[in-house]
Design a protein around this ligand. Structure first.
Ligand SMILES: Cc1cc2nc3c(=O)[nH]c(=O)nc-3n(C[C@H](O)[C@H](O)[C@H](O)COP(=O)(O)OP(=O)(O)OC[C@H]3O[C@@H](n4cnc5c(N)ncnc54)[C@H](O)[C@@H]3O)c2cc1C
Length: 453
């Protein structure tokens, strides 16, 4: 009998996983909370997504005239002048500005046509592990229905609803949010050039993209604390941030003023564990990228194909298939962090701005080790684990702050602190990560050297 897989989340990643699993002979139920009438952000499809759509048999779903061809990206980044990155040189041709959620809905229809059971307007109320996998209690349109399944795919996007229900930890690497407006054109003749427009500014950056129906999406990206520090409501904040721009302001003149905006989380983030017993995470639920990459949808499609391979190998008895998948996804996230750092470093016009300062600090892997392994380290009683946690998070170090602080309450040589932490931590760490954390805590004065007592 074919194994039954439940995919929770019907975005690009969940649907790609569903289709690829069906191709491999699994029986799949796809559970989607919405009815695809909600507002969705993330519209630009990179040309590089086309081979994945092809592989998934989805190429025709984007050729139905609902999406706007996009010729490239124009950006004022590092300089006030615009730089053109035209897709004319791309071997896959143009990108597309997708009408979402229509794109996601069409993908879900494909999943249904190819044999998946698609439950719309449904989510999972409870997860109980048993000898055959999981017993799921559903809510929403399928209220009170139960579902027995062998394996769960977590594909609920950035909020990682399934992982949170399973008490899995999410690690955020910044506080980025997008304040997004959808602006109707002033007249039916309004048309701007078919490029994505990016413009950096003092406390963040803007992007805008025109959709097939003429609507302009204009999103201001900044950190959540910079937004909440302002006394303005998000709409007023968004409007004020248009003023100092050059290119965005000029582009939006052809469109109605935004009358409402939505604030969307956009932080770079990953799950501490990407696979577990009887489950695996894919797409944004596993790792989420800064929208600067324009690559979230593409990552979801390619990730779905890769996840299906891993599950196929797992069900065929390959003992390390899931852990191999996890290692690859974590490596992809590390590579992404380096690329992201390089992009943000290209913009140096506002050295005093906290938004840019946060993004210009060295990555943990770039910091030289200077910690003397024999130096005796301790955490003063006045320093709380929460302070340590916030500091380490700011430095993009995913170290259990309760454990490191508790271990350092008693003075000990740095090498002993590092090896004890490594042994007792629930997560895998390499020595360099822990050493850098201790070194930075000492530099910040949160931890101290014995001689300094
Ligand atoms: C401001 C902004 C701009 C962006 N711009 C771009 C861009 O231009 N190009 C690009 O490629 N990416 C962009 N992204 C990222 C892109 O939107 C995501 O990376 C992509 O949608 C991830 O796909 P996914 O399937 O993993 O998750 P999602 O698209 O988030 O899909 C998750 C699905 O799960 C469903 N769901 C959620 N909770 C539950 C639950 N409890 N039960 C059942 N179902 C549930 C949701 O309704 C949804 O259908 C942007 C993101 C932001 C925030």
């Amino acid at each position: 009998m074919a194994s039954h897989i439940t995919v929770v989340g019907g975005g690009p990643a969940g649907i790609a996983t569903t289709l690829a699993l069906i191709d491999k002979g699994f029986v799949v139920t796809l559970i989607e909370r919405s009815d695809y009438h909600d507002t969705r952000v993330g519209e630009h499809l990179l040309p590089g997504a086309l081979p994945y759509l092809e592989q998934l048999g989805l190429r025709t779903t984007v050729q139905n005239g609902e999406h706007r061809p996009c010729q490239g990206v124009r950006s004022a980044w590092g300089d006030s002048a615009l730089y053109d990155n035209a897709y004319i040189f791309n071997s896959y041709g143009n990108g597309l500005n997708l009408s979402r959620p229509s794109f996601d809905k069409r993908l879900a229809e494909q999943a249904k046509q190819r044999g998946a059971t698609v439950l719309i307007g449904t989510s999972v109320r409870s997860f109980t592990q048993n000898k055959d996998g999981w017993l799921l209690k559903l809510s929403g349109d399928q209220n009170n229905l139960t579902l027995q399944t062998h394996f769960i795919i977590e594909a609920t996007g950035r909020k990682a609803a399934v992982a949170r229900a399973l008490k899995q930890e999410r690690i955020a690497y910044d506080k980025l949010v997008g304040i997004v407006g959808f602006l109707p054109p002033l007249s039916s003749n309004t048309s701007v050039d078919d490029s994505i427009l990016l413009e950096a500014c003092e406390d963040g950056w803007w992007y805008s993209a025109q959709l097939f129906d003429g609507t302009m999406v204009a999103a201001y990206m900044t950190d959540a604390d910079l937004l909440s520090k302002s006394s303005d409501k998000p709409l007023d904040f968004w409007r004020k941030q248009v003023e100092p721009t050059t290119h965005i302001k000029a582009r939006l003149e052809e469109f109605e003023l935004a009358t409402q905006v939505q604030v969307k989380p956009a932080q770079s983030q990953r799950l501490a564990k990407i696979v577990g017993e009887g489950w695996l995470a894919v797409g944004d639920a596993a790792i989420s990228f800064d929208p600067l990459s324009s690559g979230g949808i593409t990552k979801g499609l390619s990730g779905g194909l890769r996840a299906a391979e891993a599950i196929f190998s797992h069900f065929n008895g390959e003992a390390d298939a899931l852990s191999l998948y996890e290692t690859e996804i974590k490596q992809a996230f590390e590579d992404y962090l380096s690329t992201r750092a390089n992009y943000y470093r290209m913009e140096a016009r506002w050295p005093a701005s906290p938004f840019w300062q946060r993004r210009h600090q060295p990555l943990p892997s770039e910091i030289p080790v200077m910690l003397d392994p024999m130096s005796v380290v301790f955490a003063p009683k006045t320093v709380q684990p929460k302070q340590v946690g916030l500091f380490l998070q700011d430095k993009m170090l995913e170290i259990d702050s309760d454990l490191i602080t508790q271990l350092a309450r008693q003075s000990k040589p740095a090498h002993q602190l590092v090896s004890q932490f490594k042994t007792e931590s629930e997560h895998q760490h390499d020595d360099q990560e822990i050493i850098i954390a201790v070194q930075l805590l000492l530099q910040e004065g949160l931890f101290m050297n014995e001689g300094a007592k």
